[in-house]
Ligand binder design. Sequence first.
Ligand code: SAM
Length: 244
Amino acid sequence: KPGLYIVATPIGNLKDLSPRAADVLSRADAIAVEDSRVTGGLLHHIGVKRPMIPYHDHSTERVRDDLVARMGSQAIALVSDAGTPLISDPGFKLVRAARAAGHAVTTLPGPCAAVAALTLAGLPTDRFLFAGFLPSKAKARDEAIDEVATIRATLLFYESGPRLGAALAALAARLGDREAAVAREISKMFEECVTGTLGELAARYAEATPKGEIVIVVAPPGEAPPATEADADVLLAAALQRLS
Ligand code: SAM
């Protein structure tokens, strides 16, 4: 059927491509891709050859208009290099334009590094904030961290190996010693999830630059410190007074 198909692809393990995703990719009239070499590799793996059109959110409007026009009569798939399109990846403007033009838009859910890391970390999952990549310049990074510092939710950041140490140091300095996790190479051969306080993790990665792709998971700000015994006495006296 014509329209836009948002197709999640593996974040490391090719077996994570869903049968439905493979089916849609093999039948799409064209696939909007970030990098045709990366998606070409995936298509080769499933024995499929389809036309690929490079697409980024900063692509010209002409490229976007052309894709949207095709959706009236063709099935256009959107993929990114890895994981779920639109999540720190291109696609938002294309989906918006497809909707504005009244085309059918559907999604084929699948791997997403942020959600996968959240499930690994052992930190609260009832509320979480995906904060994408922190800026690389120190001042902008500090500001971005301060912006989310008081949010009562587990925080998720995408990061790369070379920047991990500096990012953890800044997080530890500005958020205090919260529990955190560094999830790396999820679904790949060397998958690991290292947990500890932000301070411990910052120390561990201060020198060592780990390879591969990383998600940092940070616990929500702690509850108010437990009342001291003296506080408890005051509260109890007040409660008793109300009762009498
Ligand atoms: N759209 C993708 C998704 O759904 O997760 C994310 C794309 S973003 C450009 C790439 C970042 O995602 C990496 O820098 C890393 O922070 C994270 N990432 C991707 N694959 C990962 C993996 N296998 N393990 C840990 N983090 C990963």
